[in-house]
Ligand binder design. Structure first.
Ligand code: FPP
Length: 285
C-alpha cells in the first residue's frame, strides 16, 4: 500500500489525507478479489518500521483509520464473504485497536471466500526471529517433558529433523499458502521486509500507480500479467499446470465485465474536468 504520502503531496495535501484515501482503496480491491474468488489477499498495511520510525501523530492517525475501517466495513466483508485475519506483532498495537481487530475477525470468521490478511506491525525479519524463538521454546518444553536436556534432543535427531517445513510451520503464515504474486505500488523496486521467507518464488508486479489510485481493475491487470508468466521454481517449467491464480477466471474477461459497473465518485467527477484524468473507482452494483 505504498504511495499514500506522495499521492497527498502531489495535491499539496497533508500526508494524513493520502492515508485516508488509501484506506478507501482497500475495500474496492478486496471486493474485486472476492468477485474473482481469490482465496488469499494480504495487504502490507503497517510495518514494524512504520511503527518505530514515523511521527507519533501519524502512527496514531493510522491506528484510528484502521479501527474506523474495520468498524465501517465488517458488514460489507460479510456481504462479500470476506474473512479478516492479521499477521505481525499485533500484541504491541494499542489495546483498543486489538479489540476491534479481534471483533472484526470474529464477526467474519464463518466466511469462506477471500481471506483478507492485514500485515500490521509486521516485519519479515522479526517474523523469522519469532519463528526461531517458537522452535527453541518448543524444544525446551519437550526436553523438560522428557526429563532430558536440549542437547540430548539435538543429539537424538532433533537437529537433522529441523527442515524448511519446520520453519514454515513456525511463521505467522503457517496456515497460508506462499504468495503467487506480489504487487508493489508507487514504482518501488524493493521488498521492504515483506514476507521474505514466503516470497522466495513469488512473481513480482511493480506498478507506478500510487496506492490511493489503485483499484479493482488494477488488481485484475496485475493478475492478468501474472497469468501470462511462466513459473519455473528453479526447474524447466514445461509440466507446470496447477497454480491457483491460473485457475481463476481470466482477469481480462472479469475486467471487461466489471467495467460496466464502474462509476465515478462525485469528487472524481470534478477532477475529471481537469487535465489529469482520474482513475475510475470500482463500486459494486
Ligand atoms: C504507505 O504510504 C502506507 C502506509 C505506511 C500506511 C497504510 C495504512 C493505512 C492506510 C491504514 C489503514 C489500513 C487499512 C487496511 C484500512 P507512505 O506513507 O509510505 O507513502 P509514501 O511512500 O508516498 O510516502
Amino acid at each position: 500500500m505504498d504511495g499514500n504520502g506522495r499521492w497527498a503531496g502531489k495535491r499539496a495535501l497533508k500526508r494524513f489525507l493520502g492515508h485516508q484515501k488509501g484506506a478507501e482503496s482497500v475495500q474496492f480491491v478486496v471486493e474485486t478479489a472476492s468477485r474473482i474468488n481469490l482465496p488469499w489477499l494480504t495487504l502490507y498495511a503497517f510495518s514494524l518500521e512504520n511503527n518505530l520510525r514515523r511521527p507519533k501523530s501519524e502512527v496514531s492517525f493510522l491506528m484510528k483509520l484502521l479501527k474506523n475501517y474495520l468498524v465501517g466495513n465488517v458488514k460489507r466483508m460479510n456481504d462479500n464473504n470476506v474473512r479478516m485475519a492479521y499477521i505481525g506483532r499485533t500484541h504491541d498495537l494499542p489495546q483498543e485497536v486489538q479489540d476491534t481487530m479481534q471483533w472484526a475477525s470474529e464477526a467474519t470468521t464463518k466466511n469462506t471466500g477471500t481471506t483478507l490478511t492485514l500485515a500490521l506491525n509486521y516485519g519479515a525479519r522479526s517474523e523469522i526471529v519469532d519463528a526461531v524463538r517458537t522452535i527453541l521454546t518448543d524444544l525446551t518444553t519437550e526436553a523438560h517433558t522428557r526429563g532430558c536436556s536440549v542437547e540430548d534432543l539435538l543429539g537424538a535427531g532433533a537437529l537433522e529433523s529441523l527442515d524448511e517445513p519446520t520453519i514454515a510451520r513456525a511463521l505467522y503464515t503457517a496456515h497460508m499458502p506462499d504468495p503467487d504474486l506480489v504487487i508493489r505500488t508507487s514504482g518501488e523496486q524493493r521488498i521492504s521486509n515483506f514476507l521474505l521467507w514466503q516470497i522466495a518464488y513469488s512473481e513480482i508486479f511493480v506498478t507506478d500507480r500510487l496506492w490511493p489510485d489503485f483499484n479493482g481493475l488494477h488488481l485484475l491487470e496485475a493478475i492478468n500479467a501474472y497469468q501470462h508468466r511462466e513459473r519455473r521454481f528453479g526447474g524447466l517449467g514445461e509440466s507446470f499446470t496447477d497454480e491457483d491464480l491460473n485457475n481463476l477466471e481470466p482477469a481480462e474477461e472479469v475486467a471487461a465485465e466489471i467495467k460496466d459497473h464502474l462509476i465515478l465518485r462525485p469528487d472524481a467527477k470534478s477532477e475529471a474536468k481537469s487535465e489529469t484524468k482520474p482513475d475510475a473507482v470500482l463500486t459494486r452494483r
